[in-house]
Design a binder for this molecule. Sequence first.
Ligand SMILES: *[C@@H]1O[C@H](CO)[C@@H](O)[C@H](O)[C@H]1NC(C)=O
Ligand SMILES: *[C@@H]1O[C@H](CO)[C@@H](O)[C@H](O)[C@H]1NC(C)=O
Ligand SMILES: *[C@@H]1O[C@H](CO)[C@@H](O)[C@H](O)[C@H]1NC(C)=O
Ligand SMILES: *[C@@H]1O[C@H](CO)[C@@H](O)[C@H](O)[C@H]1NC(C)=O
Length: 302
Amino acid sequence: MKPSNTDKARFFLSCFLILIFLYMLASNQLQDTLPSPTTSPQQTNSSSSDSNLRILIGILTLPDQHLRRHLLRLVYSTQPQPPSVKIDVKFVFCNLTKEDQKILVALEIMLYDDIIILNCEENMNKGKTLTYFSSLPELLNETVGSDPPYHYVMKADDDTYLRLNSLVESLKALPREDLYYGYVIPCSSMDPFVRYMSGMGYLVSWDIVQWIRDSEIPRKQSEGPEDKVFGEWMREGGKGKNRYNAKWGMYNFPEPPTKCSHELWPDTIAVHLLKNQEKWIRTLQYFNVTTGLKPSKLYHIP
Ligand SMILES: *[C@@H]1O[C@H](CO)[C@@H](O)[C@H](O)[C@H]1NC(C)=O
Ligand SMILES: *[C@@H]1O[C@H](CO)[C@@H](O)[C@H](O)[C@H]1NC(C)=O
Ligand SMILES: *[C@@H]1O[C@H](CO)[C@@H](O)[C@H](O)[C@H]1NC(C)=O
Ligand SMILES: *[C@@H]1O[C@H](CO)[C@@H](O)[C@H](O)[C@H]1NC(C)=O
């Protein structure tokens, strides 16, 4: 007699249930063999923090840019943090050179603790980016309980406005290895495998950060426009097999209109070239950043 479809279905269902049972048994035994005490907070949390996303955003700037840092802290600390994601925004610069910086920057660190001072002399296109990426593994080597310290590391300019939620959303489906993410150059191109990602803000996975520290390739070639040079490392090293073009989620501010600019629009990850206060204000206005302001009789903002 031919088995009916319901018989077949029953058969597959029981196979499935048996598999689930075996799986549960196996994972229970696995748990039993874990070193005790399994209830310590660090351990119960380490597995969940593995699945959580950790992102470092390094904003390359200059020691004297106190006001710009003030603005950036305002806009990032008031942005809602995406759930179960850790995003650290840090300001990155080279050695201090002036007496007043030693006081003012130290005070900023006492209050915010969001500054990384690299061992270098301030420069734009003479290896600051290399120093940034290649220093991170040592700088973060004592971050306990998280390996890697960050899944992704970004380099951003201080005239770029990032929308953290959109950034995280765009990363969710992407690999956490060998990833090179950003706004493809040239502006008219949508192919991330031809040239490089714009310095407005590009992101790589942690394995690439380690590669930058270990490989000879970046060291041989550290001078020149930093974003272009970075793309050349990736090509020469055969790195960034996973690439993601975030255009037109990332773009230059609409004015002046160029091939790289775009109207402000809701699906935005980053707006670049916010060179003056007016451009910042227009951008922040567009994204309704003050919607969460609580009403109070202590102030009135029309
Ligand atoms: C795990 O971490 C979260 C926040 O990071 C904390 O609220 C929670 O209490 C921790 N769980 C345990 C079991 O320690
Ligand atoms: C940066 O400062 C440190 C500590 O003061 C010093 O040891 C180092 O030589 C300086 N580096 C450069 C490139 O000037
Ligand atoms: C971290 O790196 C420093 C050198 O920068 C080294 O002295 C220290 O032992 C390292 N720590 C770990 C845990 O590897
Ligand atoms: C900002 O708020 C206005 C008015 O509520 C709304 O129409 C607009 O879509 C919002 N813009 C964005 C980018 O969310």
